[in-house]
Design a protein around this ligand. Structure first.
Ligand code: MIC
Ligand code: SF4
Length: 639
């Protein structure tokens, strides 16, 4: 039986485990990346593990999230990460060099290699045929130290592409279409491979837009084959030597095949407040728009920006609209400047922001109250933009510009003439914003520079065999990590200060949760299905740990968050009968007995008001040991 592309890469990197769906497997990791919002914690953890030098083929530390610097905190964190990178052997991508996923695709990604990153959109690198996973900071720290990365062997889905995108329809619409088909839960436990005849019509940045949003499907990762188009891209980046052709075997077996005819797609939008709430531009046309934002790791490539510039050229945006454009990298911005496209963007009335995540993570440019904001980003969770009652729609660059010009949601196909974007044969190569590490000898004497914003990792305790706790919070389905641990300009600077962050835990759902949890000392949270979807931020587990959360009982969990809970020493447990969710009421006193035995058996009983509710878990031997030790850090250090 033939293998899928992902199975081939897994096979080449398999350290232990069997490649059987549902089994735990351990993979050798070639490359790692971090961004600054999760990076400080990841490097504190790396330091705590105590390995003097990274052991990967390449590790890069990016600064792209916390670039607002409204106080000393971010700058101190940048300096800390830069000093760590220099000492431990990582490349350091300075603020302004671009968004981690965009820069990694341009300058570092290699087809066929494995990559883990402390950011959920790390699968963007699947656009060049890497097997790339988003992970918690602690998993990345372990991988930097040469340790394996553990995942559950996923199912394989294939999306078979036929046809060709029509004018004004673009890769973002493919992402939105697959979200319409599968929903934000539809990719859970699966790797999505993109293939079919239609492949040859999609460039690498377009493929990367698609793999980027595979994260919103809950997929373990997404990947495209590495073909002549990949070679062209790498060649234009001066990296043809990194090219290897890669594809699945013709007789590879998939668990599910989905057909998408590119020729039939229309411009789509994801309506508030979920990436799978899809409608067409035709249906929504006429809704008044207040703000439009173009950029993020989904749509900030040179290709996207040239499209934006060509649509804006010689035109003015509507007086009532505020438009921001954030190019994804220094390479993109500088090439836009050289070819004059940047002037076309500026002349239209747009505000050009720096090459960073910016508005995508609520770092400035929040919409007006109840404002309608169209964003070429990948997430429109409630409150994420920084404005609680904003109505955020996810769109392609084409829909974004068409709507900025008219002031209303506009189907770009009504704009008339369409011209193809001509990409340059070679990208502008200037890696001067990537600082190289010191050599091993010099590194020994280097000091790590810490600021007062960096507080120690929360104290962990070995797991207890019986747990009594309050049901301090009961929440519904699709709780995102943005609910659990919000981001945004006011809170993000404190990502290395868990005690401070804890004040905002679940604030979007219940402002008094943190206070109650501290009062109750021991907490169990009850949630619905797909609990913890979204970001990879391990803070959504570390902060609950600090607040005394011992277990989360839910109908189902998102992959990265479940792993982060185990890493933090918190038990993720699932209702055996989802209807039992109804039997739990906020404020109840709960208990779990014989936890150790239950973990081995895969079934633990929850006592609620004299009733016994069966919960299930499927921890591996390794996860049981991690949980018993009080988390991955204690386990790795052998405490
Ligand atoms: C996001 O898009 O939510 C983030 C900010 O990039 C996160 C990481 C973080 O919370 O720092 C992610 O997607 O993992
Ligand atoms: Fe940055 Fe937004 Fe991409 Fe997250 S989704 S990495 S915040 S651009």
């Amino acid at each position: 039986m033939g293998l899928t592309l992902a199975q081939k890469i897994i096979k080449n990197h398999l350290v232990s485990g069997e490649m059987k769906v549902g089994e735990e497997i351990a993979l050798r990791i070639d490359q790692t990346l971090t961004q600054d919002a999760t990076g400080t914690m990841a490097y504190l953890e790396f330091e705590a593990i105590g390995i003097p030098r990274v052991r990967t083929k390449l590790s890069v530390a990016y600064i792209d999230h916390n670039t607002l610097q409204s106080g000393f905190e971010n700058a101190d964190d940048h300096r800390y990460i830069q000093s760590v990178a220099k000492k431990f052997g990582l490349r350091f991508s300075r603020p302004g060099n671009g968004i981690c996923h965009q820069v990694h695709l341009e300058r570092f990604g290699v087809p066929g290699m494995t990559l883990i990153g402390s950011d959920s959109h790390t699968p963007t690198a699947g656009g060049i045929g890497m097997l790339a996973f988003g992970a918690g900071g602690l998993d990345v720290a372990v991988a930097m130290g040469g340790g394996e990365y553990y995942i559950t062997m996923p199912k394989m889905f294939k999306v078979n592409l036929t046809g060709k995108l029509q004018p004004w329809v673009s890769a973002k619409d493919v992402s939105l279409e697959i979200l319409r088909i599968l929903s934000v839960k539809g990719g859970v436990g699966a790797i999505i491979e993109w293939g079919g005849e239609g492949l040859k019509t999609l460039s690498v940045p377009e493929r990367a837009t698609i793999t980027n949003m595979g994260t919103e499907l809950g997929a373990t990762t997404s990947i495209f084959p590495s073909d002549e188009i990949t070679r062209e891209f790498l060649k234009a980046q001066g990296r043809e030597k990194d090219y290897t052709p890669l594809s699945s075997d013709p007789d590879a077996v998939y668990d599910r095949i989905i057909d998408i005819n590119l020729s039939e797609l229309k411009p789509l939008l994801a309506c508030p407040h979920s990436p799978d709430n899809i409608k067409s531009a035709e249906e929504l046309s006429g809704i008044k728009v207040d703000q439009v934002c173009i950029g993020s790791c989904t749509n900030s490539s040179l290709r996207d920006m040239l499209r934006v510039a060509s649509m804006l050229k010689g035109k003015k945006i509507d007086d009532s609209v505020s438009l921001s454009v954030s190019p994804g990298s220094k390479q993109v911005l500088s090439m836009l400047a050289d070819c004059g496209a940047l002037s076309d963007i500026l002349a239209s009335g747009a505000r050009v922001l720096e090459c960073a995540c910016g508005p995508c993570i609520g770092m400035g440019f929040s919409p007006n109250s109840a404002g309608v904001s169209l964003r070429t980003f990948n997430r429109n969770f409630e409150g994420r933009s920084g404005t609680k009652d904003a109505q955020v729609y996810l769109v392609s660059p084409e829909v974004a510009v068409a709507s900025a010009l008219t002031g209303y949601i506009t189907d770009p196909r009504t704009l008339g003439e369409y011209s193809e974007i001509v990409m340059p044969d070679a990208f502008k190569l200037d890696d001067s914003a990537v600082v190289m590490p010191a050599d091993e000898e010099e590194a020994k004497s280097l000091e790590i520079l810490r600021g007062p914003n960096i507080k120690p990792f929360p104290t962990t305790y070995p797991l207890e065999n019986s747990i009594e706790a309050k049901l301090t919070l009961k929440v519904g389905d699709n709780i995102t990590t943005d609910h659990i641990m919000p981001a945004g300009a006011k809170i993000l600077p404190y990502r290395s200060n868990i005690p401070y962050l804890s004040k905002f835990c679940f604030a979007v759902c219940d402002e008094s949760f943190a206070e109650r949890a501290l009062e109750n000392k021991s907490t169990i949270i009850v949630g619905g299905s797909n609990y913890g979807q979204g970001s990879s931020r391990e803070h959504a587990a570390l902060v609950p740990l600090y607040l005394g959360v011992k277990a989360v009982v839910a109908k189902s969990f998102a992959r990265i968050h479940a792993a982060n809970l185990v890493n933090a020493g918190i038990l993720p447990l699932t209702f055996k009968n989802p209807d039992d969710y109804e039997k739990c009421t906020q404020g109840d006193t709960l208990s779990l007995e014989n936890v150790f035995e239950g973990m081995e058996k895969g079934e633990i009983t929850l006592n609620v008001n004299g009733e016994k509710i069966p919960l299930v878990c499927s921890y591996t031997k390794r996860q049981i040991d991690i949980l018993k030790a009080g988390g991955l850090l204690a386990y790795t250090k052998g405490e």
